[in-house]
Design a protein. Structure first.
Length: 132
Protein backbone atom coordinates (compact mmCIF):
# COMPACT_ATOMS: atom_id res chain seq x y z
CA UNK A 1 0.00 0.00 0.00
CA UNK A 2 2.87 2.35 0.83
CA UNK A 3 4.44 1.66 -2.57
CA UNK A 4 1.17 2.48 -4.38
CA UNK A 5 0.95 5.75 -2.45
CA UNK A 6 4.50 6.68 -3.54
CA UNK A 7 3.59 5.99 -7.19
CA UNK A 8 0.49 8.14 -6.99
CA UNK A 9 2.39 10.89 -5.13
CA UNK A 10 5.17 11.06 -7.75
CA UNK A 11 2.68 11.29 -10.64
CA UNK A 12 0.53 13.82 -8.76
CA UNK A 13 3.56 16.03 -8.09
CA UNK A 14 4.30 15.78 -11.81
CA UNK A 15 0.83 17.06 -12.64
CA UNK A 16 1.44 19.93 -10.23
CA UNK A 17 4.83 20.60 -11.91
CA UNK A 18 6.68 20.05 -8.63
CA UNK A 19 9.86 18.12 -7.94
CA UNK A 20 8.99 14.50 -7.10
CA UNK A 21 11.95 14.28 -4.71
CA UNK A 22 11.10 17.13 -2.33
CA UNK A 23 7.63 18.18 -3.53
CA UNK A 24 8.53 21.87 -3.23
CA UNK A 25 10.73 22.95 -6.15
CA UNK A 26 9.21 24.09 -9.42
CA UNK A 27 10.22 22.09 -12.48
CA UNK A 28 9.55 24.80 -15.09
CA UNK A 29 10.57 28.45 -15.13
CA UNK A 30 8.64 29.34 -18.29
CA UNK A 31 5.99 27.90 -20.55
CA UNK A 32 8.37 25.34 -22.06
CA UNK A 33 11.66 26.01 -20.22
CA UNK A 34 12.45 23.28 -17.74
CA UNK A 35 14.86 23.85 -14.87
CA UNK A 36 18.05 21.77 -15.01
CA UNK A 37 17.93 21.04 -11.28
CA UNK A 38 15.41 21.48 -8.51
CA UNK A 39 15.93 24.89 -6.85
CA UNK A 40 15.20 23.35 -3.43
CA UNK A 41 16.84 19.87 -3.26
CA UNK A 42 19.13 20.19 -6.33
CA UNK A 43 18.31 16.87 -8.01
CA UNK A 44 19.04 16.88 -11.75
CA UNK A 45 15.82 16.39 -13.74
CA UNK A 46 17.36 15.22 -16.99
CA UNK A 47 20.72 13.43 -17.15
CA UNK A 48 20.94 12.57 -20.86
CA UNK A 49 19.44 13.97 -24.00
CA UNK A 50 16.41 12.01 -25.11
CA UNK A 51 15.07 11.31 -21.62
CA UNK A 52 12.06 13.51 -22.34
CA UNK A 53 10.73 11.07 -24.95
CA UNK A 54 8.78 9.26 -22.24
CA UNK A 55 6.91 12.49 -21.50
CA UNK A 56 6.09 12.90 -25.16
CA UNK A 57 4.72 9.35 -25.25
CA UNK A 58 2.50 10.08 -22.23
CA UNK A 59 1.32 13.31 -23.87
CA UNK A 60 0.52 11.76 -27.24
CA UNK A 61 -1.09 8.62 -25.81
CA UNK A 62 -3.40 10.60 -23.52
CA UNK A 63 -4.30 13.03 -26.31
CA UNK A 64 -5.18 10.18 -28.68
CA UNK A 65 -7.23 8.28 -26.09
CA UNK A 66 -9.24 11.41 -25.28
CA UNK A 67 -9.65 12.37 -28.95
CA UNK A 68 -10.64 8.94 -30.25
CA UNK A 69 -12.89 8.24 -27.26
CA UNK A 70 -14.50 11.66 -27.56
CA UNK A 71 -14.99 11.26 -31.29
CA UNK A 72 -16.74 7.89 -30.99
CA UNK A 73 -18.81 8.99 -28.00
CA UNK A 74 -19.93 12.14 -29.81
CA UNK A 75 -20.66 10.12 -32.95
CA UNK A 76 -22.77 7.61 -30.98
CA UNK A 77 -24.74 10.19 -28.98
CA UNK A 78 -25.30 12.96 -31.52
CA UNK A 79 -26.02 13.21 -35.22
CA UNK A 80 -23.10 15.49 -36.14
CA UNK A 81 -21.44 15.13 -39.55
CA UNK A 82 -17.90 13.78 -39.46
CA UNK A 83 -16.53 16.90 -41.16
CA UNK A 84 -17.88 19.07 -38.32
CA UNK A 85 -16.46 16.73 -35.71
CA UNK A 86 -13.05 16.83 -37.37
CA UNK A 87 -13.17 20.63 -37.26
CA UNK A 88 -13.33 20.29 -33.49
CA UNK A 89 -11.21 17.21 -32.72
CA UNK A 90 -8.14 18.02 -34.83
CA UNK A 91 -7.51 21.45 -33.23
CA UNK A 92 -8.41 19.97 -29.84
CA UNK A 93 -5.69 17.33 -30.19
CA UNK A 94 -3.04 19.86 -31.24
CA UNK A 95 -4.00 22.30 -28.48
CA UNK A 96 -4.13 19.55 -25.85
CA UNK A 97 -0.63 18.33 -26.81
CA UNK A 98 0.77 21.85 -26.54
CA UNK A 99 -0.90 22.70 -23.23
CA UNK A 100 -0.33 19.32 -21.55
CA UNK A 101 3.34 19.03 -22.61
CA UNK A 102 4.80 20.35 -19.35
CA UNK A 103 2.60 18.12 -17.23
CA UNK A 104 3.38 14.99 -19.24
CA UNK A 105 7.10 15.68 -19.11
CA UNK A 106 6.92 16.30 -15.36
CA UNK A 107 4.96 13.06 -14.90
CA UNK A 108 7.71 11.22 -16.77
CA UNK A 109 10.26 12.70 -14.39
CA UNK A 110 8.10 11.27 -11.60
CA UNK A 111 8.46 7.85 -13.24
CA UNK A 112 12.24 8.37 -13.48
CA UNK A 113 12.23 9.26 -9.78
CA UNK A 114 10.38 6.03 -8.94
CA UNK A 115 12.96 3.97 -10.82
CA UNK A 116 15.83 5.59 -8.93
CA UNK A 117 17.14 7.71 -11.79
CA UNK A 118 16.69 11.08 -10.10
CA UNK A 119 19.50 12.26 -7.83
CA UNK A 120 21.86 15.16 -7.22
CA UNK A 121 25.18 15.31 -9.04
CA UNK A 122 27.04 14.54 -5.77
CA UNK A 123 24.92 11.42 -5.19
CA UNK A 124 25.59 10.38 -8.79
CA UNK A 125 29.33 10.55 -8.19
CA UNK A 126 28.92 8.41 -5.05
CA UNK A 127 26.88 5.83 -6.99
CA UNK A 128 29.58 5.63 -9.68
CA UNK A 129 32.33 5.28 -7.05
CA UNK A 130 30.49 2.43 -5.30
CA UNK A 131 30.08 0.52 -8.59
CA UNK A 132 33.82 0.60 -9.35
Amino acid sequence: MKRLFSYIRALWLGLLLRCPNCGKGRMFSGLFKMERTCPVCHVRFERQSGESIGGMVINLALAEVITIGGFFLTDALFDIPISHQLLFWIPFTVLFCVLFYRHARAMWIGVVYLTGGLHTDDEGEQIKANKV
